[in-house]
Design a protein around this ligand. Sequence first.
Ligand code: HEM
Length: 406
Amino acid sequence: MHNKGDKVIRTFENGKLAVEEEDGKWFPPNGPTAFCPNNQRPEETRCFENYSNTLLPVTLYIIWFVRHHNYICDKLKEVNPCWDDDRLFYTARDINNAMSNQIYFREWYETLIGRQNLIKAGVITKDNGFRDLYDENHDPEMTTEYNHAIRWFHLMQESTVKMYDKKGNYLHDYPLLNTTFKMGFIAKNMESFTKSTWSPCHDFDSTVSFDVANRGLPGVQEALDIPAGDLNKARHFGLRSYTDYVEHFEGSKITEWEELEQFVTKANIEKLAHIFEDVRDVDLMAGLWVSKSIKGGYIPELLADILIDQWYRSVKSDRHWYERDNRPHAFTKRQLEQIRKVSVSLLICTVGDGVDEVPKKGFLRVSKKNPLVPCSKIQKIDFRAWADDKCQAKSNKRNGWRNKKN
Ligand code: HEM
């Protein structure tokens, strides 16, 4: 899709993004070129013009972050009434970006890979202060291995959504794939789908859920075997074999099946040996599908290696990385402290529909250890950290003038 830049999504008023109301809820606007083939018209009409219209989780995050941008604008305007549209827009965008990176690295990947593993790899720091890995000679680029390997997450994708009522009581199951390209239906059921995000994901057990393996793009393609594509893509890209990546990242040269035992269980080695003639022929994805999980995390160590390698490159090559203290328009120490407080639970409490309670740790199953807690118990951003002295001076002057007049 041609990137039309931020102009098409802005209102140019108070920094805000364009949104539309439907049944008292705010959504990115509809438009004539938006494509939602599974909407049942005339009831289901929501279809975003300038954002992607695809899978349920992607859709929810788009709606939440768009709403959150406008929420930040309101908060910034409260503390800085003198800020103009541009200042509000760019500052809100910067805070929203930082927030998504904070959630992604310091919450989601900490949960998946383990905090200590990420600190050891240099992807995150032990403390909450600034850090600067930026190297202007380092080009911002993606490894093909990264783009390929993240398809592994199809294995963690649960395709049955659990629906809950307002009080968090389980109602019934819903096939997740039935929401694809069907934004109108999602928009009409925002409360239920928001709460459905508390459902557990598919434990990594080397299997893939039925719908992900059989009906990847409902309404568009009769049948689609996503894992087959996942395996095949590495062959199209000409990627090296699983054992070559093990050697590259883990330093272990493997030429015999038994040597795989530190990475793959005996039972799974047997399965691989049944399919591949030589251990050095195992496809990268096939190896990742059956590898043991990293200590302290939930995904294979080699997958973590490939992800970490990319993130390190990304942070190093990003001049605007939110933790840099000398980037253009960098956060102050106090502002960064506020960003450190954010969580996916805070995002959902702030902009989610009908949400009074959230899991304490948003990426973990609800349990005795991780109960649902009222939103009032979730740490919040204090936007006074963005208070601009110039605005304060202006408003003091105004008040002074008024006082004199009175
Ligand atoms: C119900 C959930 C999901 C569905 C139905 C789905 C569906 C698909 C489909 C149909 C493709 C294209 C397959 C092909 O061309 O061979 C694809 C590619 C991909 N998916 Fe998923 N996916 C889901 C969840 C996820 C998740 C959770 C992740 C990662 C966190 C993910 C990452 C990717 C990546 C990286 C690609 C490759 C994109 C590219 O080649 O540019 N998907 N997915």
